[in-house]
Each structure stands twice: as C-alpha cells, then as structure tokens.
Design a binder for this molecule. Structure first.
Ligand SMILES: [Zn+2]
Length: 234
C-alpha cells in the first residue's frame, strides 16, 4: 500500500472517529513494502532547460498550417490533451535536425524554422538535445507534437541536433538521449520507440548513424521498436 493512501485512510478515520481512533487503526494498516507487484522506481529525471531560458517565442495560434485550438483530436491543428498523459502517450519518436553538428543551430533557430517556414504554431518537437548533450524543453508536453505526419497523436517527439546521415552522434548526445528516453518511458508508461522514418518512409530522419543506436536505446529503456504502439485519434 502506498504511504499516500495510508495517510488518506488515516485522515478519513480521524475525521469520522477522532485522531485517537485514527492513530490506533493506522498502526494496523499494512506498511508500504517494495514487493514485486509495485512498479520500479523512476529513473533519475533529466535536467531540462525550460523554454524561457532559451528565449522561446509563444505559440502562434493563427499559424497557417496549424492554427486555432482543435476541439476534436484530429491529426491536424494544435491540440491540448485533456486525458492523463500516461493514457495518451505510447511512442517516443526520435529525430535529427538535419543541420550539421558544425552549424550554429539552437532550439530558437529550429523553432523559427518550424514557425516561419512550416507555418506551425510552435516548434514541432517536445524535447531537443544539442551537441553538448544539453536537453531542452520544446513544445509543451500537454500539446500534441508536430513531428511525424499522420501519427502525432500519442507520440512524443525528441530531436537530436546534427545531421546523422553524415555526422556521428556525439557521446554526450547519446548519453542524454538514453537518459531522456529512459525517463519518458517510465514516466509516461510508453511502449514503443521509433525513428521518424519508420512513421514516414519518405524521410531518412534521424539519419543512418543515429538510427544504428535506436535498437539499443529502446532495449535499455524497456521499449519495443517500431510504430505499432500508435493509436489513431478517437
Ligand atoms: Zn524527423
């Protein structure tokens, strides 16, 4: 039994029969144990640089390709999930930014591209990882991403900066990606990990040199590979 529910029972009994009775019965309630039926503890939460710190622009709800607040969970338009995100999310999609590691790319430059060139309301990805392995907050996790056409509902988008058709992912990036995926998988109770190109076959994203690591990233996080975890909008 969770400590929280023991406390809740204590409060309920105390309210009904007074503190003394509550304390007496509380002593007889089973204590929290680390039995095999309880979920394993969460992996350490990664340090995530918030939007404010990288100077994110606010979402633009008049953007031409993703505008307004969608009232139904279609695969288009900005949509804020109302359900528990553990029920909503099933897959983490891995991307590369397709700009060479040698470029001076930032979360802000990606956001500008997505908002100005793509006409989206905000940066499409939920998280970004730069060349130093620093993890950034992207689109609000409560909002559906714009990263895998036709499959955005229930998919968390993570971009690793670089062009991994030519670049090799850096050690710091792989370490950060694994930590991020481990945490997302456990926190949102995900089932699958997929590279962008597995959803949309016309793209090579996240590049062959990063794709080569995805099996081991998924395995270490306890996730299956592929897109079969996707659930279409209801
Ligand atoms: Zn991609």
């Amino acid at each position: 039994m969770q400590q929280r529910s023991r406390r809740h029972i204590l409060r309920t009994i105390s309210a009904l029969g007074g503190i003394g009775l509550g304390a007496l019965i509380y002593r007889w309630l089973p204590r929290a144990t680390s039995s095999a039926t309880e979920p394993p503890p969460l992996p350490p939460a990664p340090v995530i640089v918030p939007r404010k710190a990288w100077g994110a622009s606010p979402p633009n709800h008049t953007a031409i390709n993703e505008y307004g607040i969608a009232s139904s969970p279609l695969e288009t338009n900005w949509y804020v999930y109302r359900d528990d995100l553990k029920q909503v999310y099933n897959t983490v999609a891995i991307h590369h930014s397709a700009h060479l590691l040698a470029s001076d790319e930032t979360m802000k430059s990606i956001q500008d591209l997505h908002m100005r060139r793509n006409g989206w309301a905000d940066i499409g990805y939920h998280y970004g990882i730069d060349r130093d392995g620093v993890i950034y907050e992207g689109r609000n996790i409560q909002a559906r991403g714009a990263s895998v056409a036709g499959y955005n509902t229930g998919t968390i988008g993570v971009v690793v900066m670089g062009n991994f058709e030519t670049d090799q992912p850096l050690e710091a990036q792989l370490t950060a990606l694994q930590q991020m995926v481990n945490w997302l998988a456990a926190f949102y109770e995900l089932s699958h990990l997929a590279g962008h190109g597995e959803f949309n076959s016309e793209t090579v994203c996240p590049g062959r040199n990063l794709s080569a690591y995805l099996d081991q990233v998924a395995l270490a996080a306890g996730l299956q590979r592929g897109i079969s975890g996707h659930v279409p909008p209801r």
